[in-house]
Design a protein around this ligand. Structure first.
Ligand code: GLV
Ligand code: GLV
Length: 321
């Protein structure tokens, strides 16, 4: 009997078809709408493997229904949507998609930093709204990037890739991480600091933290209070590492200057979200890794993890071995 797989979103046929000779594949047939939890719970009862997206909360309640499940291949580098500790406890392997998305995500992070610093979105709206009547000395004047100090909170693969871009812009690089990264210090002349010293000294504070119980609301009122008034905050990791109310207050009281956000505490957000309606905020709908090339590689890695787990030498990128 072929192993049974459930795919929680409609993915391209050319990728899914690579599984069809070796697996019984079922798939949620919508591309832009996540599978409802009750459908997921019903499907997961019968399968050996799941390919999931970060929109699926695979918690204890779901895992307790997964009587045959052996592997979850999550199409993301982050895996806070899955109760990984419980999965490990009941013998389910979880894989993610590291490496293939590093450079695309670093590109987007830097683009968001630049767009925020130079007020690109506001400037585009300025023309679209027919506000451009004149040129002025400080019209849409933003903040310099070249030669400034970037503070990377989280120095994993993506943090290092952002640091390489920052180096090209003549920036000084501070970083904070759970562990020191001596390789990054040598290659990029990055300086390790405490979280507080980074907040106090960086012109650009960039969060690349995974979401864990330790990092939830790490960017809170005391953190924003520690930043310079000229500081620009960028989040390209997970929304829940930020206390959004504290961020909103910091922006509106001019405690910090601006923010660029690719992620939010409760996604998706709508246009009435308080942070969307601030002129000094650039908001994006969680598109860090969203290039056609990278998303294709991420799906391919999920497919390859399935094949190698059931028919090869084991999963390629397990996170909870
Ligand atoms: C996206 O946010 C990811 O974790 O890959
Ligand atoms: C993710 O790939 C990271 O380590 O930053």
């Amino acid at each position: 009997m072929k192993p049974k797989i459930y795919i929680t979103r409609k993915l391209p046929a050319n990728l899914v078809n690579q599984l069809s000779s070796q697996f019984d594949v079922r798939m949620w047939e919508k591309e832009d709408v996540p599978v409802p939890k009750d459908v997921l719970v019903e499907e997961i009862k019968h399968v050996d493997g799941v390919i999931s997206l970060l929109t699926e909360q695979i918690d204890k309640e779901v895992l307790d229904q997964a009587h045959k499940l052996q592997i979850i291949a999550n199409m993301a580098v982050g895996y806070d949507n899955i109760d990984v500790d419980y999965a490990r406890e009941i013998g389910i392997i979880v894989t993610n998609t590291p490496d293939v998305l590093t450079e695309s995500t670093a590109d987007l992070t830097f683009a968001l930093l630049m767009a925020t610093a130079r007020r690109i979105v506001e400037a585009n709206d300025y023309i679209r709204n027919d506000q451009w009547d004149n040129w002025g000395p400080y019209l849409l004047a933003g903040s310099d990037i070249f030669g400034k100090t970037i503070g990377l909170v989280g120095m994993g693969r993506i943090g290092q890739a952002v640091a390489r871009r920052a180096k090209g812009f003549g920036m000084s690089i501070l970083y904070h991480n759970r562990n020191r990264n001596l390789e990054a210090e040598e290659e990029l002349q990055a300086t390790y600091t405490s979280f507080e010293a980074l907040l106090a000294n960086a012109d650009y504070i960039v969060s690349l933290l995974p979401l864990t119980t330790e990092t939830r609301h790490k960017f809170n009122k005391p953190a924003f209070d520690t930043m310079k008034q000229s500081a620009i905050f960028i989040n390209a990791s997970r929304g829940q590492v930020v206390d959004e109310e504290a961020l909103f207050n910091a922006l509106h009281s001019k405690q910090i200057k601006a923010a660029g956000l690719d992620v939010f505490e409760a996604e998706p957000i709508r246009s009435d979200h308080p942070l969307v309606n601030s002129p000094n905020v650039v908001c994006l709908p969680h598109i860090g890794s969203a290039t056609i090339e990278t998303r294709t590689k991420m799906i391919q890695l999920c497919v390859d993890n399935m094949k190698d787990y059931f028919f090869g030498e084991g999963p390629i990128t397990p996170i909870n071995k």
